[in-house]
Design a protein around this ligand. Sequence first.
Ligand code: TXA
Ligand code: MG
Length: 315
Amino acid sequence: MQTTLTDSAKEAADILNSGGVVAFPTETVYGLGAGICHTEAIRQLFHAKGRPGDNPLIVHIYSPEQLTDVAEEINQSARLLIEHFFPGPLTLVLKKNQRVPYSVTAGLETVGVRCPANPLAQEFLSHCSSPVAAPSANLSGLPSATSWEAVYEDLHGKINALLRGKPSTIGIESTIVDCSGSVPVLLRAGAITLEQLEAVLPEIIVNVHTDKQEIPKSPGLKYPHYAPKASIRLLQANDEITIRPSSAYIGLSAPPEGVSLFRICPTLQEYGRHLFSFFRHCDSQGIKMIYCELPENIGIGRAIRDRLIRASGKR
Ligand code: TXA
Ligand code: MG
């Protein structure tokens, strides 16, 4: 398959509207989109990523007004979150309506909905004739793609088009909050932090995922994720380590002596923004081991910790 590279949101949307699978930028990570009613495109999208069929897709809209196109009910907690954080790096899980096919929700009665703030994403989505189902635009299991070049590396020849935008400014996937039950639940940490959510919804609880849970609240959480080819070793303050050859480091503090490649991030925001692109860069350089400083569970540190722990295979 020929993958069309384009800078035009309209051209990308036209390809999606005619049943194509199209990657597009968002402020979190790049997404791989198909119209929710294009059954064949949805099937191709799962196939291109190598994604297990029981992992539901997030539906993307350009304006909160489109929520009624996909959600059966928007309760008070969802309303408050929409008011505070839409558009932005937040996905809400809501009861789905009959317009959302089960191929998108992997058989669930709920749907994840996100309204990205990235202007090019908004322009693209506004030209799409229906809401757009989109997982992250990477091969399943690999780090999410935060630049169009990373999408190209994973998916060229497997998708119809790639809308080239700027690198993602956040670099970590959206926060997911399940608002479909009586108590809101944080399913995945992201750039909208638990502290920000608690300020709006003091009753919110954090989902504790264990591998023993038969049906995880968020099906995707049970799969391996975000892993580069290199091994990941998590570093905490005062850890004594012997540096292996061909190793790299990313974190807030100074790197351990002897690593051949490193990135010091002055803030947690920068750590999040560069994490996945650094993983991919290390793979391209043949790095065998990446030492990653494990930040505290505060602010976006919670999301970075979560991705690091998963990438290291510890969860
Ligand atoms: O920032 C993001 O969220 C990016 C951009 C493209 O929007 N998307 C993304 O999609 O990260 P993906 O497919 O890589 O991760 C979506 C996660 C999966 O863990 C999936 O199981 C969960 O969202 N999810 C989707 N629909 C759900 C639902 N109805 N209930 C619970 N979890 C759901
Ligand atoms: Mg993903």
